[in-house]
Design a protein around this ligand. Structure first.
Ligand code: HSE
Length: 438
């Protein structure tokens, strides 16, 4: 039951919690119309950092350091969990749901690790557990996938889902900045997670593609079924060599499904300069969806930042107030589909390999010969002299299976050919190429 005055409490006044507060404050009149005849009462704000205490001009709001004071407050019906990280956020959410409160969160880690349990608890307690902000921040992608794309099975999701790494790769490409410098900037602006290794090492994108795939494919998944890799090993030399070969490096999350088999992964990839995801800049996110009846759809928008995140939290609040009885994501509770998840290493991709000739002598011909001797043909290669005055070669192979590439690279290393293999990345290829469709 929703009271005429809907009591709201916010746990955590970091970027997203504060963004939510600011939107509720600034857009009070507009939001009131959206939920008429109901009204929002922003009752309590909690944060362990008293310096984050925030005064409201429009609501009679108290500030506390105790999450329990919010969760147990009798007039608070909707709890916003914006603390971030797995614990104690998971405990706060579970406690609030068990107490019969609706919960809204941007917390992708908790949703990916404990979402099914929390949805079950929400269902049992007849409350909502909503997390639209957890993927794509300001892009309402979960609503689209869940409620709108219901005419045919979703077959493919390809996305740039982490704003921080996208912003870093942009600065590395456009300003030749190092990864460390670019990360500092992303942290200053408030894009990065409290622990930025979650962005850099691909975990944040892993949680997001997990949530998208689970909702999109209407199935329960396990996180350990998904291979992921971040951008930590991407050096300025990779960015430059890829550019000379006609590509840009992006951290890409891919989920593909054919009947009841899916392949899901996160990895940095070379993308053609004219691919639509290459135009996703800064902390923006971009998401391509494919299903047979609606074809290819593309969504983009702000993927990080307090106001962007706060905007979808407020949308979830409005959704709860207007449709308190409608249980979102019910298909994951009542009747999830069975899906077999495969490692995508059965797919053939072209690969980029960065090589350093040990003796300083560079010979593209020599590289080609060694690759061919080891069962791989080269489509293209280029070279640069890096900042440290080291010569580097960037090679683009013809499409091959990853295990074949790895075996060949292993042999090239073992044979003491004089070439040091420094990095390799796959080149993005459309699913419809993989499946041999037009
Ligand atoms: N650190 C996240 C990102 C914030 O950079 O995308 C939004 O989820």
């Amino acid at each position: 039951m929703i009271e005429k005055k809907v009591g709201i409490g916010i746990l955590g006044l970091g970027h997203v919690g504060k963004g939510t507060f600011d939107i509720l404050e600034k857009n009070q009149a507009f939001i009131s119309q959206e939920i008429y005849p109901y009204q929002i009462g922003l009752i309590g704000l909690a944060d362990l950092d008293v310096n984050r205490e925030t005064k409201s001009e429009k609501y009679d709001t108290f500030f506390t350091e105790s999450a329990d004071q919010i969760i147990e407050h009798p007039e608070i019906q909707i709890v916003i969990e914006a603390v971030g990280g797995e614990y104690p956020s998971y405990d706060f959410i579970k406690k609030a749901l068990l107490k019969g409160k609706h919960v809204v969160t941007p917390n992708k880690e908790v949703v990916a690790k404990h979402g099914y349990e929390l949805l079950d608890i929400a269902r049992q307690n007849q409350v909502q557990f909503l997390f639209e902000t957890s993927v794509g921040s300001a892009i309402p992608i979960l609503g689209v996938i869940s409620n709108i794309l219901t005419s045919c099975p979703l077959e493919e999701i390809v996305g740039i889902l982490n704003g921080t790494t996208n912003y870093i790769l942009d600065l590395m490409f456009e300003c030749q900045m190092s990864q460390e410098e670019a990360l500092k900037k992303a942290q200053e602006i408030g894009y990065a997670e409290a622990d930025p290794s979650k962005d850099i090492d691909g975990l944040d994108a892993l949680y997001k593609i997990f949530i998208l795939s689970s909702l999109g494919f209407r199935t329960r998944l396990r996180l350990d079924q998904i291979n992921f890799c971040g951008i930590r090993d991407i050096a300025q030399e990779d960015i430059q060599l890829a550019r000379q070969l006609g590509y840009r490096i992006k951290l890409v999350a891919i989920a593909r499904k054919k009947e009841d088999i899916a392949g899901i992964r996160v990895q940095p990839m070379l993308m053609d300069m004219d691919h639509v995801l290459v135009d996703i800049h800064g902390a923006n996110n971009g998401i391509l969806l494919y299903g047979e009846s609606y074809g290819e759809l593309f969504f983009s928008g702000a993927g990080a930042g307090g106001i962007a995140g706060g905007s979808m939290i407020v949308s979830d609040i409005v959704r709860i107030i207007n449709q308190p009885e409608y249980f979102e994501y019910d298909y994951l509770v009542q009747n999830p589909r069975e899906l077999k998840v495969l490692n995508l290493d059965q797919e053939e991709n072209a690969y980029y390999v960065r090589i350093q000739p040990q003796n300083g002598q560079i010979s593209s011909h020599g590289v080609e010969k060694i690759f061919e001797q080891n069962g791989l043909s080269i489509d293209k290669n280029t070279e640069i002299v890096s900042a440290g005055d080291q010569k580097m070669i960037g090679v683009l192979t013809a499409p091959s299976l990853e295990r074949k590439l790895k075996a060949a690279l292993e042999k090239i290393k073992q044979d003491e050919t004089g070439y040091k293999i420094l990095n390799y990345l796959s080149v993005y290829r459309k699913m419809r190429d993989q499946y041999g469709r037009s």
